[in-house]
Design a protein around this ligand. Structure first.
Ligand SMILES: *Cc1c(COP(=O)(O)O)cnc(C)c1O
Length: 419
């Protein structure tokens, strides 16, 4: 083991924390500067007694990678430190993180309140939750007034995205967290689009963060993964959250313990060690990647507005964007790397998508490469007209996930594709 004392993430700025928070990676002698990939299904122990101890949670250790793996643990420790939680649970995808969080807290007969403007996969997941007996009540705007009309005594959580995809609405995390806590409800925030670079919702009062780390955390667009980070602050009432009753003795770790020893483990939602390694590599450059991508997005959005070639450029960094002031206050002067605009017609939108030279035509976000998409014919193909309208998706809408290319080259590429 290395003798380096683990540094306190609270004293570090983000750029340093991304590299050093969560404790040394090594664990082997001589200590490696990157966590090794423990590409193994199972772990041998030196005695039957030790295996017994691991199975009874009385001794630390690993037995089987679906339940735990040192490379995955390293990624979990780092994400917990970066997002400011007591612990984290890495999942096979962002969807697995969302599913496990909700079903870790709810059972048939329970309800949750969620924003109408959410990632399409989450909206689809809600249909299955309804089939399992969990009622989802949707609010168009996540405001106290709308939430008030949607909560009942069966509500178990409130779910929203820090920045909604693709409408790019911004959640007022402190205000909504305070409202939830007055009603003894946890606020669960999908922090995928903001990423911990723009926002750490747990520091602003949210209780649980779920995130698709396939996007900005991985950064290279090379693997699917998700994470659940718990602030450990919410006090789980045994009657309202019966699945957590026997884990309340774990204090701030109750939810993570309930998932790790139950639903998460038993639904096989584990993250592959190789992906955890790729995410550790990606996480280390989040700060520099996001700085460039956010700069590029602001420059591209400003140019698009001034160009007269498109209309309704959606980007929270533009001074007249609906949530500009809230975004400025909450995200410290950065506005993310996702933007939208309207090309004028469906034909013009398709022509733009077909004409870009640098940007890729792909439905992902958070890649270092710029990606463009026509949401209406792709990720919203299965949504109702109402859902499209709420998400701000029209037949001529384009979504851009801005990468880290040279901003001037991107502007030139967009100019030729729109001309
Ligand atoms: C991509 C995404 C998800 C789902 O994540 P996967 O890793 O693809 O399962 C959830 N929420 C948001 C906001 C996303 O962008």
């Amino acid at each position: 083991m290395t003798s380096t004392p683990s540094a306190d993430p609270k004293k570090m700025h983000l750029a340093t924390a991304l590299l050093h928070a969560g404790g040394p990676d090594g664990g082997v002698t001589p200590a490696a500067t990157m966590v090794p990939v423990y590409q193994t299904s199972a772990f041998q122990q030196e005695s039957a007694e030790r295996l017994e101890g691991i199975f009874h949670n009385t001794q630390p250790g690993y037995c089987y990678t679906r339940v735990g793996n040192p490379t995955v643990s390293s990624f979990e420790r780092r994400m917990a430190a970066i997002e400011g939680g007591v612990g984290a649970l890495a999942c096979a995808s962002g969807m697995a993180a969302t599913f496990n969080t909700i079903m870790g807290l709810c059972q048939a007969g329970d309800e949750l309140v969620a924003s109408s403007c959410l990632y399409g996969g989450t909206i689809e997941l809600f249909e299955d939750l309804e089939r399992m007996g969990v009622t989802v009540r949707r609010v168009n705007e996540v405001t106290p007034a709308e939430l008030e009309g949607a909560v009942t005594d069966r509500t178990r959580l409130v779910f929203a995205e820090t920045i909604s995809n693709p409408r790019l609405g911004v959640l007022d995390v402190p205000a909504i967290a305070a409202w939830c806590h007055e009603r003894r409800l946890p606020l669960v925030v999908d922090n995928t689009v903001a990423s911990p670079y723009l926002c750490r919702p747990l520091e602003l009062g949210a209780d649980i963060v779920v995130e698709s780390t396939s996007k900005y955390v991985n950064g290279g667009g090379n693997a699917i993964s998700g994470i659940i980070v718990d602030s450990g602050r919410f006090s789980w009432d045994a009657e309202r959250y019966p699945a957590l009753a026997k884990w309340r003795k774990m204090g701030p770790f109750a939810l993570l313990a309930r998932l790790r020893n139950g639903l998460w483990r038993d639904t096989g939602a584990c993250l592959a060690p190789w992906t955890a390694f790729l995410n550790c590599v990606g996480l280390e450059t989040l700060d520099v990647r996001m700085e460039r991508a956010c700069d590029n997005a602001l420059r591209l959005a400003t140019w698009l507005c001034d160009s007269g070639l498109v209309s309704e450029v959606g980007y929270p960094g533009l001074p007249d964007a609906p949530d500009h002031e809230l975004a400025a206050r909450q995200f410290g002067g950065r506005y993310g790397a996702l933007m939208t605009f309207r090309a004028g017609s469906r034909e013009r939108a398709f022509k733009f998508v077909n004409s870009v030279r640098y940007a890729y035509r792909a439905s992902n976000i958070g890649d270092v490469k710029t990606l463009v998409l026509h949401p209406d014919s792709t990720i919203f193909a299965d949504n109702t007209p109402d859902e499209r309208m709420l998400a701000g998706v029209f037949e001529d809408s384009i979504r851009v996930s801005v990468g880290i290319e040279d901003a001037g080259d991107l502007i030139e590429d967009f100019r030729q594709a729109l001309s």
